[in-house]
Design a protein around this ligand. Sequence first.
Ligand code: MLT
Length: 264
Amino acid sequence: MPHVDVAGTRLHYHVAGEGPLALLVHGFPFDATMWLDQLSRLRTVRRCVAPDLRGFGASAPTTERTLPMERHAQDMAQLIATLADGDAVADVVALSMGGYVVLALWENHPERVRSLALLDTRAEPDDEEGRAGRDATISSVVQQGRTPLATDLLGSLLAPDADATARARVRTMIEGTRVETIVAALRGMRDRPDRTALLSTIDVPTLVVAGEHDAPTPPEAMQVMADTIPGARFEVVPGAGHVTAVERPEVICDLLAEFWGAQQ
Ligand code: MLT
């Protein structure tokens, strides 16, 4: 199993293909398997690396009380530096919490980013209600385990007519994520700072993507994000909810292949 040792832990990653490095950063509470279609279909144009973030998936367990976005960003910078040839840069793709992580990566290590694809994410912090919701989710997960969370998230994240395979994959990832990681990640997301002012500083090619039926990060909000990033391209994925890469993998693969192709 490929892995890399970074600041006090061991990260597992999937890798496929040859060529310039692309880094695919998963959302919450998922793992690198959310990118399996992209690894399989984009391997002809990029060396695609999909890590399990610290504490997630097949990466080493962690008992860290909180998993700040900046900690994951530091891990991603180190991963790129370790795996990329030459310039140590990557085309970075990220969904939702992955987007929170790569905005922290842009803030702290912009030299590692050749281009950005921001899927179903936001730069705003949690508001008061959102922060209270994180605390309520922590209590629920600690008391009742992951199944109620999986049921809630399937209802709130996926498009109403998401297919059975997408539902099964999302449930499997949620129920496979360690409780201690879920809790630490919820704290990390709850406490993340506002990064909206950072958007206008992004000066690499950027693709912003929203699912048509994405409830947590609706297309209207993501359009505003795209409008704030100089030169960013904005796309809506028809029929998808929040987990576009799993719900409409072929659309995301086509968009990424075209986006990367336009940069060469
Ligand atoms: C995700 O998909 O990563 C989550 O919706 C992020 C969040 O809970 O804010």
